[in-house]
Design a protein around this ligand. Sequence first.
Ligand code: ADP
Ligand code: ADP
Length: 229
Amino acid sequence: ASALELHDVSHAYEKLLAVDHVSLHVNEGEVICLLGPSGCGKSTMLRLAAGLEALQQGRVVMQGQTIADGAARLSVPPERRGVGLVFQDFALFPHLSVRRNVGFGLTELEPARRDRRIAEVLDQVDMADYATAFPHALSGGQQQRIALARALAPQPAVLLLDEPFSGLDARLREQIRDETLHVLKRSRTATLMVTHDPEEAMFMADRIYLMQSGRVVQSGSPDALYHRP
Ligand code: ADP
Ligand code: ADP
């Protein structure tokens, strides 16, 4: 089943057309990469899916429900879309413990259930021993794991990742990438990830949408894209 669909979406900043009639879909359990050079419109696509940018044209559908429609000026706010976000600049809250960071989106749960969910998701990212630690005491890789745990804690239908490994040094990046893929595959969430790194996309993605100047120029499985001339 398709968890996220973007239909014929376009977006302009002033006169610059950053996204030009793009359509894509992400199925439950899939990891989809938006791949392309800097400035091609990848982050704008994610922000449109998240609701962080008002949709000018096209439609966004989540689990069968239209949540944004440019023509109808409809836009469900980000916090009501059921999306998890891991953005480069979406850091952990420095004044909150790991446990509170991860519990941040769980305020609707009663305390006992919230604590159970926090423990569960910390266990998933292998950080069970760090519940009371504060972000500054964690390594970059550990902070990244907590950011993933925080995004997954409310069990979002859709997870949006924007260059999630770019802040990590090269050696750590590969390890965290492996771990992240493992966690994503177990969580069954639909993942849309932005990257400019072809190798990363090849490794992570079930399917890749290749973007250039605001348009999708190719799409398919890593194998299909790799073997195409
Ligand atoms: P990518 O994520 O592929 O690097 P972006 O979606 O960030 O691409 O940017 C696409 C284009 O839109 C770029 O030319 C960029 O300079 C421009 N752009 C992005 N955000 C803004 C903004 N807030 N205001 C004006 N132009 C922007
Ligand atoms: P810590 O010492 O780790 O900061 P506390 O012992 O103060 O945490 O809180 C214990 C539990 O209370 C947390 O595990 C969390 O589930 C819950 N809690 C309290 N306030 C919040 C909040 N604002 N957001 C999320 N969880 C909260």
